[in-house]
Design a protein around this ligand. Structure first.
Ligand SMILES: [Zn+2]
Ligand SMILES: [Zn+2]
Ligand SMILES: [Zn+2]
Length: 111
């Protein structure tokens, strides 16, 4: 299991996987909100505000996020990526290290 309390100790290969994972989770989170907004508009007879997302793996991650919203098992859940995503998201939300080897490049890419 990955340990995110000391990101600079993570092997570069694994770090890269964690970053990719994080980028997808962040995207899918935004994407889910857009889908919801579109659905609301369509149901009130308006055109959708956001173009459909064609990003590879996005649907997979959206499914995962939907699962995570409802999952009550937390760390012991055996659903693929559930507990690891939780860990990664928790780190991302709580990380205050501006030079964090995991978060800093993603923050830089987002702005
Ligand atoms: Zn998407
Ligand atoms: Zn779960
Ligand atoms: Zn970090």
């Amino acid at each position: 299991m990955i340990n995110l309390s000391n990101p600079s100790a993570i092997e570069p290969e694994i770090r890269q996987r964690v970053q990719q994972h994080l980028v997808f989770v962040i995207h899918s989170h935004t994407c889910l909100k857009r889908d919801q907004e579109n659905a609301n508009r369509i149901s009130s007879g308006q055109p959708p505000r956001h173009p459909p997302c064609h990003l590879e793996h996005c649907d997979t991650f959206k499914q995962l996020l939907r699962h995570m919203f409802e999952c009550r098992l937390g760390p012991i859940c055996s659903t693929k990526y559930c507990s690891s995503s939780r860990k990664i998201m928790k780190h991302w939300k709580e990380c205050r290290d501006v030079e964090c080897v995991v978060c800093a490049p993603i923050r830089a890419a987002q702005t």
